[in-house]
Design a protein around this ligand. Structure first.
Ligand code: DX5
Ligand code: ZN
Length: 217
């Protein structure tokens, strides 16, 4: 069964605490927080103070996805804010190894993220040091986009390396995930599914979380 990480990008910001409690009660393992800088991606969302504000109101694993150009400088602020996992996009830095070191030295789980157009080859040199790899299944920047099926082969490729080398990182997928698209990703080796609009643009988010789990039994 896949672990579920609802993305609060699609939540109701005015009633955020309620929306977080809903997915917590429904058994979601992570809370996915999308940080967008208006440069690496066109949109701007929220920063470290947002994570700091959420930290005391939930025990959920805070899974912070940085869509931020040159993230090195801002990493300490997210570490201090109480993130449990911090993901950096390999395309956003010339120093991916250093960025992951900063996260790990801060006592936080380190994640590397690859866009749909980025080959798995790009992250091979850092796979020994990560706790999670995020394979983007849409181009980052917006919720509610259509799943890109060509990304499934990359999940399988990554999973093969994981098995061969005996690594134990989680493989997360993000973008266009629903109870249908999650199935092939799970079969290919995905262990964590981010879902924004599928969970939050529904009358009953709990039912949607359950459907993702049922589809990957
Ligand atoms: C996209 C973000 C996602 C987004 C997913 O750039 O990284 O986490 O919230 O939204 P859905 O699940 O609606 O595609
Ligand atoms: Zn995300």
């Amino acid at each position: 069964m896949i672990k579920v990480a609802p993305s609060i990008l699609s939540a109701d910001y005015v009633n955020l605490q309620k929306d977080i409690e809903k997915v917590d009660k429904a058994g979601a393992e992570y809370l996915h927080i999308d940080v967008m800088d208006g440069s690496f991606v066109p949109s701007i969302s929220y920063g470290p103070n947002f994570v700091k504000a959420i930290r005391p109101i939930t025990k959920m694993v805070l899974d912070v996805h940085l869509m931020v150009q040159n993230p090195e400088h801002i990493l300490p602020a997210f570490i201090d804010a109480g993130a449990d996992i911090i993901g950096v996009q390999v395309e956003a830095t010339q120093h991916i190894h250093r960025a992951l070191q900063i996260i790990k030295n801060g006592g936080v789980k380190a994640e590397v993220v690859i866009n749909p157009g980025t080959p798995v080859e790009m992250i091979k040199p850092v796979l020994h040091m990560v706790d999670q790899v995020l394979v983007m299944t849409v181009n980052p920047g917006f919720g509610g986009q259509k799943f890109l099926p060509e990304t499934v082969a990359k999940i399988a490729e990554l999973n093969q390396i994981k098995q061969e080398k005996g690594y134990d990182f989680d493989i997360e997928i993000d973008g266009g995930v629903n109870n249908e698209t999650v199935v092939d990703c799970y079969k290919a080796g995905a262990t964590v599914a981010v879902a924004g609009s599928y969970v939050y643009n529904a009358d009953d988010p709990a039912e949607r979380i359950n459907a993702l789990k049922e589809a990957t039994k």
